[in-house]
Design a protein around this ligand. Structure first.
Ligand code: TYD
Ligand code: MG
Length: 467
């Protein structure tokens, strides 16, 4: 027999190379290429498929549609993120940094489901049975009927979960520890993880059990190595949060059975995760209303409005190159706002350090935050506090124009509910509620906003601008 041919696969993007290289051509990453056996994975080569194909019945687009049968956990925030509960027969990937709380979240979900009479199997590949038991005790879940196994071999796991009554939900914690006899590569490589995940997904589809897979995420925010896994599963949720803060966000990035962009918000405690039904109250909790440099942004997370405070500090620099530090927002977006302020509003920031922080460790990804960020920056530079009862939102373009954003009515409603009586928003916002116009101040450009906040204070180009 000819020598088994191996291939070289990038562990980051999955690109196949014919020989080893230090840098992957596909994604530009260094040191990610590993030698693997292409015949190793389940169904990954013609050599392993002796079975002859069997025709399936073709059908039409119209016809009966069945609602996906779901298993709600009763944990409102988790059900919100999954779109109403775990779908039977589907595979869900939960990604997140190590230590962020994935195992805790899933143990709580497992316990909640077991209490509702479902058969739940928790397979831990990272922790010993005693450790998982200890966590269950701490979470007050030890008295539930969750079935536990500490195992990493794919064939053994499949044999275990296939035995006896069909489980409703199986949790595999984590996919990086899975290894299969059929794949020759080392555990944690793309081939091993893909083989393991494929086998688990096949089990889910065949039996109707829900498969929840835990995956660690690298610093760059990719599910370590196997990005390939993301497209294999039906839903991908990220569990994220700042280590220094006590709350966590479960974010849906893909969902074949429900909406994406939904978030579930949890607060950490020594007894586990607590649900936060109204995140705005949490993010606005420690607000200092009289301090310059703080603006409340009326944002959206999926279908839910979220109010959060952005804080800016603009201070004269003692360095040759001023510092720009951002937490919770995109730093290139900050650079853009600073450039627009300089170019179109006469606000000089070249001699100032700029620090920007989103309160509570929350991360904003919406461009609609531009106006709030700009307001906070101008307020800090001018040394003038913004009105405490006002929210800000709107997208800023490079020309300095302010563009309308979606969901105006919902943002305003949430603001009103939390006691904000005013808003600064883009002119010509399409779904502005009629009748309440007086309280909403529409601006059509960034210079207009700067003039409203600081008057002509920041205009004089030769002045020292420290408010
Ligand atoms: P863990 O669930 O093990 O994180 P992951 O599975 O993502 O690696 O949680 C990490 C640590 O944080 C663990 O020591 C328990 C602790 N923790 C709490 O004390 N309270 C909480 O609410 C959460 C979520 C975690
Ligand atoms: Mg864990």
């Amino acid at each position: 027999m000819a020598k088994a041919k191996t291939q070289f696969v990038c562990q980051n993007c999955g690109t196949v190379h014919s020989r080893w290289a230090g840098k992957c051509d596909g994604c530009g990453e260094w040191n990610t290429i590993v030698e693997e056996d292409p015949m190793g994975g389940i169904g990954s080569g013609p050599g392993k498929m002796p079975k002859k194909g069997r025709p399936v019945t073709l059908t039409s687009l119209s016809g009966e549609i069945e609602e996906a049968p779901r298993i709600p956990t009763g944990m409102g925030e988790l059900d919100r993120a999954t779109g109403g509960g775990f779908v039977r027969g589907s595979a869900v990937l939960i990604g997140g940094d190590p230590g962020i709380g994935k195992s805790t979240l899933l143990m709580q979900a497992a316990a909640a489901l077991a209490r509702r009479g479902h058969r739940i199997i928790y397979v831990s590949g990272e922790e010993a049975v005693a450790q998982v038991r200890l966590r269950a005790q701490r979470l007050g879940a030890a008295d539930t009927d969750v079935l536990l196994a500490a195992e990493t071999n794919v064939e053994d796991i499949l044999a275990t979960i296939s035995e006896g009554k069909r489980p409703d939900l199986v949790i595999i914690d984590s996919i990086q520890t899975l290894w299969s006899d059929t794949a020759d590569s080392a555990p944690g490589t793309v081939t091993q993880v893909r083989t393991g995940v494929q086998a688990m997904i096949r089990f889910a589809k065949q039996t109707g059990a829900t498969m929840v897979l835990v995956g660690h995420v690298t610093k760059e925010g990719q599910i370590a190595g196997p990005r390939v896994v993301e497209h294999m599963v039906d839903a991908v949720l990220y569990f994220e949060g700042d280590r220094g803060h006590h709350y966590r966000i479960l974010r849906t990035v893909k969902n074949r059975f429900g909406p994406t962009d939904e978030i579930g918000v949890f607060e950490m405690s020594d007894k586990g995760l607590r649900e936060v039904a109204n995140p705005s109250e949490l993010f606005l909790g420690e607000r200092n209303e009289k301090a310059p440099g703080a603006a409340v942004f009326a944002g959206m997370e999926g279908t839910r409005p979220v109010l959060v405070e952005v804080q800016a500090l603009v201070a004269a620099t003692s360095l040759g190159t001023p510092r720009r530090a951002v937490v919770g927002w995109d730093s290139s977006r900050l650079a853009m706002i600073l450039a627009v302020l300089e170019a179109h509003c006469g606000v000089r920031l070249g001699q100032h350090d700029v620090y920007l922080n989103v309160a509570g460790g929350y991360r904003i990804s919406e461009p609609a935050a531009d106006m709030a960020i700009a307001s906070a920056l101008v307020s800090s530079l001018a040394g003038l506090a913004l009105p405490a009862d006002c929210v800000y939102f709107g997208e800023v373009s490079l020309s300095g124009a302010v563009r309308p954003v979606a969901h105006t009515a919902q943002r305003l409603k949430e603001a009103e509910k939390l006691g904000f009586s005013a808003a600064v928003l883009p002119a010509a916002s399409p779904d502005l509620p009629k009748g309440s116009q007086g309280k909403w101040r529409e601006v059509d450009s960034l210079p207009d906003l700067v003039a409203r906040i600081a008057g002509s204070r920041l205009k004089a180009p030769t002045d020292q601008e420290d408010g």
